[in-house]
Ligand binder design. Structure first.
Ligand code: PLP
Ligand code: SF4
Length: 347
């Protein structure tokens, strides 16, 4: 067994095991995990410094998950946009593959809470062949996202199998891996895995850090290994109440990521998913955070703020307004410091 597999195999999944480490109300935890399972691997658990800190809140079940019944199980209508099992085709030229539904831990705020970590359901050989055939047939698809769950919980052989088959399809120009392991289980980024990425590169890798406390010696080492193999790394963070809803926390996170060659890509407003409402942050607040970042840190450290619209509306950027008004060609801007500037546009 590889080291990462060993760490996963010892994950905390029941209230008894958790109560040996922290003082908790077992009954309350049991009620929540009856609906939404718990899984905390020992590496990630080790990042908790104190109760209710940003790591704790991401992984320890909370009663609020089951108290409010509001929200949809699948607000993005992912099921509707699945022409075949395990493949979501929402945007014309790119598809997302749900290769398995397990992760290195169950994040309490997960958008795919309806299926992630519930019961093991990796794509079977038959479905994989159908997915490759689908991509091959639809010549407009130029970007394939290998996602899940977490695709890096698959073995190196399976990952290589996906890459090999996708690379054979001429019109697929971009292959992306969506994995949180770089943050939650950096031991998964092994030299052999990086060698596979190099062989089938260029690989774009989107990971998911939400707080600077997740940046460790181990994750830095893993990011280095990946970047040295030519992998282009981005980060998709989620804005979460009580975790990172603070401009300084976001600034530290994004600047920390840049220092390890990870480019902040998206910052998501949380989706309206049942069981995650206590994490939600308003758009007004999110815009305030963006104002606190734009102009105050390197542009490289600033992700796009995105709301993934309900009913499958798709990812849509949300930007603070810097244009105050315009009449024809005459624009009035307010810069990041709030000062007014006039601008005459060209004809
Ligand atoms: C997020 C997502 C993509 C990729 O969107 P980008 O804006 O290109 O990063 C593609 N398909 C689905 C179903 C997605 O959810
Ligand atoms: S790693 Fe991603 S898919 Fe997995 S539980 Fe966390 S948020 Fe959900």
């Amino acid at each position: 067994m590889e080291k990462w597999q060993e760490i996963i195999s010892k994950s905390i999944t029941d209230s008894n095991a958790l109560s040996k480490i922290f003082k908790i109300d077992k009954k309350k935890i049991d009620k929540v995990i009856g609906k939404y399972p718990m899984k905390i691997n020992l590496y990630y658990l080790g990042l908790i410094k104190k109760r209710n800190d940003p790591i704790w809140r991401q992984c320890v079940p909370d009663e609020q998950e089951i108290r409010l019944g509001i929200g949809k199980k699948d607000p993005l209508l992912e099921e509707k946009y699945s022409p075949i099992k395990g493949l979501i085709h929402r945007y014309r030229n790119r598809v997302l593959l749900l290769t398995s539904n397990v992760c290195a831990g169950n994040c309490r705020f997960c958008t795919r809470k309806r299926k992630v970590g519930i019961e093991y359901a990796a794509l079977q050989e038959r479905d994989r062949i159908r997915a490759f055939r689908y991509v091959k047939k639809h010549r407009g698809i130029r970007d394939v996202i290998i996602s899940g769950g977490d695709p890096l919980l698959l073995s190196d052989e399976k990952i290589e199998y996906y890459l090999e088959n996708l690379r054979r399809i001429k019109h697929v120009q971009i292959i992306r891996i969506d994995s949180r392991t770089l943050c939650t289980l950096p031991q998964r980024i092994t030299p052999n895995l990086c060698w596979i990425f190099k062989k089938y590169g260029p690989i774009y890798f989107n990971t998911h850090f939400n707080h600077v406390q997740e940046i460790t010696k181990e994750s830095r080492r893993a990011a280095s290994l990946l970047a040295d193999s030519g992998v282009v790394i981005g980060n998709q963070a989620v804005l979460l109440r009580g975790i990172n809803d603070d401009v300084d926390a976001l600034k530290q996170l994004f600047e920390g990521l840049l220092s390890m060659r990870i480019r902040p890509y998206y910052l998501y407003i949380p989706d309206a998913v049942q069981g995650t409402y206590h994490f939600r942050v308003s758009i007004a607040k999110a815009l305030k955070f963006m104002r606190g970042l734009i102009g105050y840190t390197s542009g490289l450290a600033i992700p796009h703020l995105i709301v993934d619209l309900k009913h499958g509306g798709g990812k849509t950027p949300v930007l603070p307004k810097y244009i105050v008004r315009h009449e024809g060609r005459r624009y009035v801007f307010r810069n990041f410091e709030g000062k007014k500037f006039y601008y005459a546009d060209i004809y």
